[in-house]
Structure formats: structure tokens, C-alpha cells
Ligand binder design. Structure first.
Ligand code: GDG
Length: 477
């Protein structure tokens, strides 16, 4: 079996016993790395003042080598805070209005990808399979190919792929689009994302599908596919069961005094639709006054990307909004929203999901949204809660038994909350078990095997470039 080389912006390092940190992706990818042996490479998280201070550190544990590269402060500012999180992230989530193009930052993004390639090449063996993750590293395969790497290289995009008109708003869209043609397999979360990608190639006249997942673009033939990421379903269900009686969760239940619980859990990010959600909750309280004083909405929102101005501004706006809703609607003995701006331990989170009657997941756009899946996996089969889910989350493609809402439609979202809280047990069980069966069958280990299995079967890895005229000729009308 060939070694697996995983490359991602950050590397989830294991503890001293070799156990990966909690969370589906880290667990599944570690399991694959343990089976095949290999390397996980990424940024160390350290930002140093000078290029001379940049260090590459490698830590070996069993059959896995973790290889971490420092970046300079300028690199981090331009590549990570800049192009990745202020251009690619908003554009890919349909927020053209928030994208900030600066040529310097775009150049920084491509430069850091070259650095990754320079560091990776000497570590590679000819039969290694390389798996690159996410929007930070789109140009990496192109850089590796230019350095003579002919290995099988796969890419998986964790976030959505936008429609052509949105992608084309980005000045360097062509370099980003063509960069993907250097991979052997490009994986998306949903068929919608994959179709958007193919739509971009078509509109540009630079590529077209050949059928059966094969695409020809920019003179190369490669595979595309939808690989919806799953979670560690069984482990999480067990964790939630075990956590209900534990401190954190017990304390919350006691403090609710029998009130029912609606839960939202998101990194603080404008893509997650938190302000819309708070508006919908307030509308729900106004339109369904019987629930006033009877429900609590717990919103758990760890801070993220606080170095990016849009995120700092949002931090203040959401805190102010939650405060205003509480001020306008609360009573001396009832706080409608409990807003926590910190990260909770995973077992506590699992227990909180389980005791909540409603999982409230309303992103404006989301690649998948694992919170939706975790909420369902954490439920008590005898008395499951109801998932209210945005149709714009990738998860909505699979979780059709949730109450699917349009997060821009505040009235309909408010009504969905009332419906969820009034749903009879039989209907709740039916909806839950259909979703849970699917979560069990398509867990994160299935996702990992499916992706790597497809990559292993790709023919012509690193095959010779096709003549540039191929796209049109390959797919005659
Ligand atoms: C990207 C894509 C895609 C959240 N708060 C706490 C906490 N979390 C955990 C959740 C969940 C994870 O963070 C968030 O995952 P999501 O999938 O919801 O969202 P992103 O972070 O935006 O992830 C997304 C994903 O990649 C995977 O491909 O689904 O679309 O945007 O696991 O539980 N965990 C703990 N405390 C918290 O307070 N312990």
C-alpha cells in the first residue's frame, strides 16, 4: 500500500499517546494515516518576524510523521488572513460584498503555496498518494507538478464552490480555477458544488465534462466527484449518552427550570447566519407568545479569525443583538437567549445537543455543516429533538427529514421553530431515524475510504498534459 501524504493549512496534532484531537475529520484522516503510514504536513501556527527564523519541525509518532512549517508574519497576513479568509472564503460563500482584493495578498497566497511545495517535494516518495485539503492550498498541485511530482494528487474542498458569476468577480479566478486541473481528483461536498465548478469551466470555455466524473480542462483530464463529509456517528452518539449526567450539562438543565431548549452552535462567522437566527427567534417569541418564558435559546459561538476585521465587527454586532433581544423580551426570571462566546469541551457539547429539543442551524451558505449532523447523532432515540436546518447548508442535500428553512425568510423560520417545538413524538422519531440511519451508513470513515478509494482508482495519474485544444473537441455538441 502506498503511503498517504495529507496537506492542510493546520495539522490536528495527536496527544502524547497518539490519540487525535476530537472531531470527525481529524479522527478519520488519522485512522487512514495509521493504516497506510505517511505524513501530515501544514502550517505550525507560528508566525515569525523574519524568514531566517522560519523552522520546519517534524514529529514522528508510530507510522505518521507530522511536518510543521512556520510562516512569517507577512505570510500569515497575506496568505491566511488576507487572500484565503478575506477573498476566497467570502467569495466561495457568495459574499462578493465582503471580499477585499489586494494584489499583495493574492501574491502572498501563491507564494506560500510555493513554499509548501518546496518543503514537501524532498519528503515525497514516487508512489505516495497526496491528499490536499481546502481553499488555502488550491494551487499546491500545480506547484508540485512544476517541480516534477507525478504522484497521484487529490484535493477536497470543505467549503462550497460558487456559481460562475460569483467566482468571476474575483480578479485571479482563472489561476484558481485552472489550479484545480493539476489534481487527479477534485472532491466537493455536494453535487451542487461540483455542478457549479463544471459550470465555471464551461462558461469560461476552458473545460467540459466527459461523463462518468471525468472532466477535461486546461489541457488535463481529471476526475471530479461529490463526497459529502460525515461524522463519527456511533462514537458521538455514545459520547452524548454518557455526557447527559455530567456537570456542565446537569448544571444547565437545573438552571432551565423545566424550560425547553433550542441550541445553536457555530464558530463566529458571517456564513453561519447567526443574526438571521436571532431575528427569527425574536419573531417566534412575538408570533407565538405562548412560548414566552417557556423556552431558552442557547447559542454557543466560539470566536474565530479575530484578526480579520469583518469577524471582529461581527463579534460586537451579535453580542449587541443578543443583548437587545434579551432586554426587549426578557423578564426578571427569564433570559430568552443565552449567548456564550467561548468554546465548550466536546463531551459537554454532545450532552447539550442531547438535552435540546431543537437544533437550530441556519447558515446562509455552508459547505456541509457538521453541527447539523452532530445534533441528530446526539439525540435520545426514545425522545429525539427536531433539527431546523437551512436549505443552504450542504447537509440539507442529505438531511431532507429536517425542517428545512430559508434563513432569509424570518417569518417561515420563526414558524418552523414553533412547529419543531409542537411536533408529536411519532413524527419526531420517524424523521430522526431516517436521518440517523443515513448518518450511520455514511459516517466520516466511509467518506475517507470513498474519497481515497476513488483517488486510488483514477487512471493516468500525472499523465502527460493533453493538447490545449482538447476541451472543445472532447465534448462535441
Ligand atoms: C468547515 C466548513 C464543513 C463548534 N463550537 C464548538 C465546537 N464546534 C465544532 C462543532 C463541529 C465543528 O466545530 C464545526 O464544523 P462545521 O462543519 O459546522 O463548520 P466549519 O468550522 O465552518 O467547517 C463546513 C466542515 O469544514 C467539514 O468539512 O462541514 O461547511 O465550513 O464539529 O462541533 N467544538 C467544541 N466546542 C465548541 O464550542 N468542542
Amino acid at each position: 500500500m502506498s503511503r498517504l501524504v495529507v496537506v492542510s493549512n493546520r495539522v490536528p496534532l495527536p496527544d502524547k499517546h497518539g490519540n487525535p484531537p476530537p472531531g470527525g475529520l481529524a479522527v478519520a484522516v488519522h485512522a487512514a494515516l495509521r493504516d497506510q503510514g505517511g505524513i501530515w504536513m501544514g502550517w505550525s501556527g507560528r508566525a515569525v518576524a523574519d524568514t531566517e527564523d522560519v523552522r520546519m519541525t517534524t514529529r514522528e509518532q508510530g507510522r505518521i510523521a507530522y511536518s510543521l512549517m512556520d510562516l512569517t508574519e507577512t505570510d500569515v497576513e497575506e496568505y491566511y488572513n488576507g487572500f484565503a479568509n478575506r477573498v476566497l472564503w467570502p467569495i466561495f460563500h457568495g459574499r462578493v460584498d465582503l471580499a477585499e482584493y489586494a494584489r499583495r495578498e493574492m501574491a502572498g497566497y501563491f507564494r506560500v503555496n510555493r513554499l509548501f511545495a518546496d518543503q514537501l517535494v524532498p519528503m515525497l516518495r514516487p508512489d505516495d498518494t497526496i491528499w490536499v485539503h481546502d481553499y488555502h492550498l488550491i494551487p499546491l498541485a500545480e506547484e508540485l507538478r512544476q517541480r516534477g511530482v507525478r504522484n497521484r494528487i487529490g484535493f477536497f474542498l470543505h467549503i462550497p464552490w460558487p456559481p460562475a458569476d460569483i467566482l468571476f468577480a474575483m480578479p485571479v479566478y482563472e489561476a484558481v480555477l485552472s489550479g484545480l486541473s493539476a489534481y487527479d481528483l477534485v472532491g466537493f461536498q455536494t453535487d451542487y458544488d461540483m455542478d457549479n465548478f463544471i459550470g465555471c469551466l464551461r462558461r469560461e470555455g476552458s473545460g467540459s465534462p466527459l461523463g462518468d466524473g471525468e472532466v477535461v480542462a486546461y489541457g488535463r483530464q481529471f476526475r471530479v466527484g461529490a463526497f459529502p463529509i460525515g461524522m463519527e456517528t456511533e462514537e458521538f452518539a455514545n459520547l452524548s449518552r454518557a455526557s447527559v449526567g455530567k456537570p456542565g450539562v446537569r448544571d444547565l438543565l437545573r438552571s432551565l427550570h423545566g424550560r425547553r431548549l433550542i441550541i445553536g452552535v457555530d464558530r463566529l462567522d458571517y456564513s453561519k447566519g447567526i443574526p438571521n437566527r436571532i431575528d427569527a427567534y425574536e419573531r417566534f417569541l412575538k408570533r407565538h407568545p405562548d412560548f414566552r418564558g417557556e423556552v431558552t435559546f442557547l447559542q454557543v459561538t466560539p470566536k474565530s479569525r479575530s484578526d480579520v476585521p469583518e469577524y471582529r465587527a461581527m463579534q460586537e454586532a451579535v453580542a449587541a443583538q443578543a443583548g437587545r433581544v434579551n432586554g426587549d423580551n426578557g423578564a426578571v426570571d427569564w433570559t430568552p437567549i443565552r449567548y456564550i462566546n467561548q468554546s465548550l469541551k466536546r463531551p459537554v457539547l454532545a450532552g447539550l445537543y442531547r438535552v435540546a429539543q431543537v437544533g437550530f442551524v441556519t447558515p446562509l451558505k455552508d459547505g456541509m455543516n457538521l453541527v447539523a449532523k452532530e445534533y441528530v447523532a446526539a439525540q435520545d432515540p426514545a425522545d429525539p429533538g427536531v433539527l431546523v436546518l437551512s436549505r443552504f447548508a450542504g447537509a440539507a442535500r442529505e438531511m431532507v427529514e429536517a425542517l428545512l428553512i430559508n434563513p432569509y425568510d424570518i417569518d417561515a423560520t420563526a414558524n418552523a421553530l414553533a412547529r419543531a417545538l409542537s411536533m408529536p413524538l411519532e413524527e419526531r422519531k420517524e424523521r430522526w431515524s431516517a436521518m440517523m440511519d443515513r448518518l450511520r451508513a455514511y459516517d466520516v470513515h466511509h467518506w475517507c475510504r470513498d474519497y481515497l478509494g476513488t483517488l486510488a482508482k483514477v487512471e493516468r495519474p500525472s499523465g502527460p498534459a493533453l493538447p490545449q485544444a482538447a476541451p472543445e473537441a472532447a465534448n462535441p455538441p
